[in-house]
Design a protein around this ligand. Sequence first.
Ligand code: GDP
Length: 369
Amino acid sequence: EHTELSCAGCGVRLQSESPEQAGYIPEAAIAKEPVICQRCFRIKHYNEASSVAINQDDFLRLLGGIGETDSLVVHIVDLYDFEGSLISGLQRFVGNNPVLLVVNKIDLLPKGMNMNRVRNWVQKQAKAQGLRTVDVVLCSAKRNMGFDHVIESLDRYRNGRDVYVVGATNVGKSTLINRLISDYSDMERELTTSRYPGTTLDAVHIPLEDGKAIIDTPGIVYTSRMTEVVPRSFLGTLMPDKPIKPLVYQLNEQQTLFIGSIVRFDFVEGERQSFTLYLSNALNVHRTKLDRADDLYDNHKGELLGTPTTAELETIPEWTRHSLKVRQGERQDIFISGLGWIQANGGRGALIDIYAPKGVKVMLRDSMI
Ligand code: GDP
């Protein structure tokens, strides 16, 4: 729809549909003058090095260095994959530096949610993981929601110090930093970004007006997240891009739900009750009887049951089974990292089996919603 616009940097025709294609510009950036494509923007203002991903060892080494600085640590997590993207053990590495928890992708929550409730939930979960935070800010970097709170909090907690931004891959760190560059750093001046000296890592240095900097660290790869073990071609289906429309299923015991061909949910035992699926609405959901499930999967995975395709499935680890016991009297979520969660509504207790690619984190948690 923006065919009339072209990039002031390289002249390419601008589009907001596919980030992988040339001329991509996030919708939100179109209002900015001059209009340049994301690639030019990044080359100009922000090294592509920011999107490099590193392994646990290098990441921990980098975190260790943060403890020796005097800084504000901004930890970005993905609300949609909270347990999958929270850096466990962060507290050990940041020393006495304050941690601001920025929770991204709130635009994916169903419409009309009570955000205070979500914020309390986040606070409680972070605390339970041993993370002390000076504050929790909810935002959507992509849809520009809550971003004024992010800026306010940076001002409030920075106190003239550097800011270290840490996060797992895919949480929206680049999107958020790109926004910070235009809203928070000194845009009038030509920005010079550089590798952060003194480390072997490609941390990117974004200067601020007071001589301090935002230091963007590489994203850590957690292979316990579905998003990291599926082929790129399936990511568009797996990751929601719009507010989730929850799907409610009334189930009897001995019924099965296939979530595409990627996850199987068996209601093994318990009273009839409802389950609410918080998943990408691009995924196909298929209900069947448990005793038919094996055959159905063998004969129809990657086809009738929906994506991933048979070819994509060959690159994804085999399923393992997780047997979970939903406690009576509590509202719990069955959380499947990178896919979403299934809320058990009844408080009636249930035995559930989840089949998911080996290595993907599957767990019970207190209901978010
Ligand atoms: P990084 O790997 O942490 O730097 O993440 P990116 O900024 O590259 O974003 C990863 C994916 O999440 C991309 O597909 C983004 O479009 C998407 N994303 C980033 N921020 C948001 C957000 O606020 N809401 C939604 N729905 N998606 C987002």
